[in-house]
Design a protein around this ligand. Sequence first.
Ligand SMILES: [Zn+2]
Length: 52
Amino acid sequence: MLCCPVCKSRDIFPVAGGYIGQVYLCKSCRYRGSFVIEADEADAGSPEEKEP
Ligand SMILES: [Zn+2]
């Protein structure tokens, strides 16, 4: 499961990377970059993520 590093959305998917490697695009905030958060299914109980 991939998560957007900006808005923590899971509406992120890989696009054609080309020569710079894999690039991901977030549909929520339009973030585009090679860095994404790889999270497992179990995201509950993560002390780093405090969603209101
Ligand atoms: Zn995002």
